[in-house]
Design a protein around this ligand. Structure first.
Ligand code: K7E
Ligand code: CUA
Length: 635
């Protein structure tokens, strides 16, 4: 036990002393060439979107490639006053009672194993949710969850080839169903993990929980979905085959190999249709010990993290955090082992495939391999957390000489700064990778930026992978906390520029002065406002303490980027309304006073003049429209 943690410590110390091994070139010609390669001149535009996860910021950030400039923030699991997200009723409802999430793995929707530019799905590790961003307007349209029977929704969101499902696996195990209490000392007996199939409506993208597969209490880690020969399958690593429930750093690193999951999701879907599932918390649950063919295990060394299917669907590569090699599974051999029952045992009724029968080789890439991406030309790129570099290596088939000595399959290394977590190549998770760029998202980028205090800003690095040798071209600040990302060609999406008036189905939308105004029904006050450069109509709302006030604001503009805001003084309200959009908020009025409201988004030379008053009278006072005895003040 001691020696093992000592080894881990030694590796980390070596890693720290290795940091700084790769300086960028000081050669003037190289510097000029690199600068030009990522330079997007004023007025010109980037060629790709980079959607990167914002980790515990709960957001998704959009950058351009090759400039690496951060150009947009898509709020998902946390309020964001910049777009008014989390203040209007609709987005508040989506957020539920949570004000944060932990986004790890964005996944673009696919058709025929190709990005179709429709949706971006992201997971929330913290509150067990999945969100859908529509690429028509780059906004969050659905948050599903907390998903029943699922805790620590980290091993997601992995999209199947035709976006039939988003597949998820749990990082944490708990007594199920949620709410049941058992002693963590009884972890092995009482706790369970889960694999979930989240069904996606092919037309609308609407998600719902389809089915789940009960698993032993391993900590499932990263995964990916199959294609080609592995179509209908999915794969996850795990890092706690030991089933430890305390001091995981030591107790979950005892075994040389952890059991990874090979899931036949089509078989799971069929088993549910055939009535082989039992309900738990409203979800059909498959017990894979009772339904053979749904789940298999394969041992992979050691404390693996990423598990990435290559574009042909034949090779599945796992990175062993504590093993200086990636493990390459051959899916055809996996199939043969399943058919011939080449098992080396079983665990709780689940067959364990014989390691030697399914592994094509272990490629000695270096220390701390995490995630692998592909260029579709037979090359793999693995991020090295400890070595702080990206390693390019050759996928099988290997020559006899390479097979004998797989160091020969390692083609190139480029330093990254520092401790790379994820990396991304456009289309790597589809059958059709494209583009010349790889982005390395570095975890512990100390000293890469000017000093801003104790927290060192993270960095991402742009690597040109078009040649034999990789070239690090540019570097940029990355909002915390980057995990995975997706790259999409700009020409593959056509975001809308305004919401067309005739598509606005909000019953409270108002398009002309005559429709707008304030009405009262008991203590319910309903204000329908029109926002147009540079005024609100009406610009006065009268109400009383104790009223419930609902305000609907329609931005009647039909011009791109003509955005209006609605900030209400001392009421914690800031809506931002895009052209053609209607947004609503509801508040209980608790204090008397005159509260100005104003446009928060700069809209014209007279933006500052775009303001009005919410007059909150004491009960019984004010104009008749406010329930008082005076004459009507509105309009
Ligand atoms: Cu995908 Cu960062 Cu959640 Cu690896 S995890 S690094
Ligand atoms: Cu409307 Cu500023």
């Amino acid at each position: 036990m001691k020696t093992k943690s000592m080894t881990a410590l030694a590796i980390i110390i070596t890693a720290v002393s290795l940091v700084g091994c790769g300086k960028s070139s000081t050669n003037q010609a190289d510097r000029t060439a690199n600068a030009l390669a990522s330079y997007v001149a004023p007025g010109e535009k980037d060629e790709y979107y980079l959607f990167y996860s914002g980790g515990h910021s709960g957001q998704v950030f959009v950058a351009g490639i090759p400039s690496l400039r951060h150009i947009s923030t898509i709020p998902v699991f946390a309020p964001y006053p910049g777009t008014g997200y989390g203040f209007d009723e609709e987005s508040k409802k989506m957020l539920g009672n949570f004000t944060w999430g932990d986004v790890h793995h964005p996944g673009l929707s696919q058709t025929n194993s190709k990005y179709d530019g429709r949706w971006l799905f992201v997971n929330d590790n913290a509150n067990n949710r999945i969100a859908r961003i529509d690429l028509k307007d780059f906004k969050t349209h659905q948050i599903l969850g907390p998903i029943p029977n699922s805790v620590g929704n980290h091993g997601s969101s992995f999209i199947t080839e035709n976006s039939e499902y988003i597949l998820c696996a749990t990082r944490f195990s708990v007594p199920l169903p949620k709410g049941r209490v058992a002693d963590p000392n009884d972890y092995e007996k009482e706790f369970n993990g889960m694999v979930s199939g989240i069904k996606v409506d092919p037309q609308t993208g609407e998600m719902k929980v389809g089915w789940q597969i009960l698993t032993p209490p391993f900590d499932w880690d990263l995964g990916s979905t199959g294609k080609g020969p592995s179509s209908g399958w999915a794969f996850w690593t795990s890092y706690n085959t030991e089933m430890a429930h305390d001091t995981l750093e030591v107790n979950a690193t005892q075994k040389d190999r952890d059991l990874c999951a090979i899931v036949n999701w089509r078989a799971a879907e069929k088993a549910v249709a055939d009535g082989k599932a039992e309900m738990m918390d409203g979800v059909p649950i498959i017990d894979p010990a009772k339904v053979p063919g749904v789940l298999y295990f394969v041992p992979i060394g050691k404390s693996p993290h990423g598990m990435d299917v290559d574009p042909t669907g034949k090779w599945v590569v796992a990175g062993g955090k504590l093993q200086p090699a990636t493990t390459v599974l051959n899916f055809e051999k996996v199939q043969a082992a399943i058919n011939n029952k080449t098992f080396e045992g079983e665990f709780r009724g689940i067959p364990i495939l014989k390691y030697e029968a399914v592994v094509e080789g272990e490629v000695p890439v270096g220390l701390g391999p995490l995630h692998t991406q592909y260029d579709g030309k037979g090359n793999a790129y693995t991020s090295m957390f400890i070595d702080s570099c990206i390693v390019k290596w050759k996928l099988p088939p290997w020559s006899d000489a390479e097979k004998k000595d797989l160091t020969k399959a390692v083609l190139d290394k480029v330093p990254a700064h520092f401790s790379t977590g994820h990396l991304v190549v456009a289309g790597s998770d589809t059958a059709h990778p494209y583009g010349k760029w790889c982005v390395a998202m570095n975890k512990l980028s100390a000293g890469r930026h000017i000093n801003v205090g104790p927290a060192q800003p993270e960095s991402s690095q742009l690597i040109d992978i078009s040649g034999d040798k990789m070239k690090m071209i540019a570097e940029s600040y990355t909002e915390p906390e980057p995990h995975f990302a997706q790259i999409l060609k700009v020409t593959d999406v056509q975001p809308t520029e305004v919401y067309p008036k005739d598509e606005n189905k909000d019953p409270n939308a108002v398009w002309e002065k005559a429709q707008s105004g304030v009405t009262r029904n008991g203590n319910q006050v309903d204000a329908k406002l029109m926002a147009i450069r540079s005024r609100y109509n009406p610009d006065r709302i009268d109400a009383q303490v104790g009223d419930e006030l609902t305000v609907h604001v329609t931005n009647v503009e039909q011009t791109r980027d003509m955005i209006h805001g609605f900030g209400l003084i001392e009421h914690n309200i800031n809506m931002v309304i895009d052209p053609g959009e209607t947004k609503t908020f509801r508040i209980k009025l608790t204090k008397p006073g005159v509260f100005p409201f104003y446009c928060t988004n700069f809209c014209s030379a007279l933006h500052q003049e775009m303001q009005g008053y919410l007059v909150v009278w004491e009960p019984g006072e004010g104009p008749s429209s406010a329930g008082g005895g005076g004459s009507t003040a509105q309009k």
